[in-house]
Ligand binder design. Structure first.
Ligand code: SF4
Length: 374
């Protein structure tokens, strides 16, 4: 049984130049049909979840009436202590939506601020400016949200470390509990990838981007935002439980176009086409286009690959209990190499090795560490 529920809202007002998440340009007719096929699925769920996350795309691109219908259908999936998150973009968050969210039991808001520099926002193809991003945070806070997070991107071409440090300073002055900070990547099939290919954009040197990452770790730590995962920082007690569920490799259910579910070791992905998703649901056909039953060893290795991203790293006793495998035995080829290369460190208690976690260099090269475990 899944402990977390994810609902994908695949609509945006405009596509950002770096984005490879599945979403299409907002169309009210399509969005209405989409919500109309999602609701019966939600109503058919006979369970409550520890965490619910409505992401996208841009959930706040939906008109208020559609959001209201969606949120109403989710009420019976809530428990007393469900962490209930919705993603919001600055340009489409207003007083009425904030009120609706609070009235519907949403207790965590994740705002796609991305930057507090207007030029950088324009370079990324965002449609809001920095004033709007700050206004969105203050609006949510003044109306009663106690748990507000933002996303910030660094490592944009032509960016310098001083400008980035100023953005961190601006972020920590806001009433925030959580900051996710990602280095810009140039994903295939995005306009920015093409711009790099044709030479009109020159990515920042790796060491400059690494310096920005270190500046984020240090700048956020002194303001009380502890790093609890490679790209995530939170005030104590505000770590995102929904994401921790992924990094603990626990089960989750995904609803909507392109959403992925992982239940009892079976991973299933829905079709990445909103029109086709609606058609299939209307015809009572499955939206699943790929399904894979993971072997126990594969599950254990995937657990290692995601759990290592967290501040706590991998505790050997936890790993054995969770997967049935001895971590040191399972990864006996990878561990010495990663330790020798200064990426991983043993944790010891009373002289006994109890686990491993990433060193500073390992945080920078986390994807490489994870791939060694797979
Ligand atoms: S708003 Fe978010 S999901 Fe939509 S295109 Fe931009 S980055 Fe992607």
């Amino acid at each position: 049984m899944a402990t977390s529920l994810y609902i994908h809202i695949p609509f945006c007002k405009r596509k950002c130049l770096y984005c490879d998440f599945y979403s299409v340009i907002y169309d009210n007719g399509l969005a209405t049909a989409y919500i109309d096929v999602l609701i019966p699925q939600i109503e058919g769920l006979n369970q409550q979840f520890s965490t619910i996350y409505i992401g996208g795309g841009t959930p706040t691109a939906l008109e208020e009436t559609l959001l209201s219908k969606l949120l109403k259908s989710l009420q019976k999936c809530l428990k007393q202590d469900t962490e209930f998150t919705i993603e919001a973009n600055p340009e489409s968050l207003d007083e009425d939506k904030v009120k609706l969210f609070l009235d519907s039991g949403i207790n965590r808001l994740s705002i796609g601020a991305q930057s507090f520099r207007d030029k950088k926002l324009r370079m990324l193809g965002r449609i809001h400016d920095s004033r709007k991003a700050k206004e969105a945070v203050w609006l949510a806070s003044k109306r009663g949200f106690k748990n507000i997070g933002i996303d910030l991107i660094f490592g944009v071409w032509e960016e310098n470390i001083e400008a980035w440090k100023k953005e961190i300073e601006e972020a920590v002055k806001l009433p925030l509990t959580h900051i996710s900070s990602y280095s810009l990547t140039y994903e295939k099939s995005t306009p920015l990838f093409e711009a790099v290919k044709n030479g009109s954009v020159k990515p920042l040197a790796d060491d400059l981007a690494a310096g920005m990452y270190e500046a984020a770790i240090e700048g956020l730590a002194v303001r009380g935002f502890g790093q609890y995962e490679v790209s995530n920082f939170a005030k104590a007690g505000y770590e995102c439980r929904h994401n921790l569920n992924y990094w603990n490799n626990n089960s989750y259910m995904g609803l909507g176009a392109s959403a992925v579910s992982y239940i009892d070791g079976v991973r299933e992905a829905n079709i990445r086409d909103v029109g086709e998703y609606i058609r299939r649901m209307e015809m009572k056909k499955t939206p699943v286009v790929s399904s894979e039953k993971l072997s126990p060893v594969r599950r254990a290795k995937e657990t290692a690959a995601v759990k290592i991203r967290t501040r706590d790293g991998i505790d050997f006793a936890w790993f054995k209990e969770k997967t049935g495998f001895d971590f040191q035995e399972l990864e006996k080829r990878a561990i010495p190499k990663l330790i020798e290369n200064g990426l991983l460190k043993y944790r010891k208690e009373n002289g006994i090795l109890t686990g491993v976690h990433l060193k500073r260099k390992g945080l920078l090269l986390c994807d490489m560490v994870s791939s060694e475990f797979l």
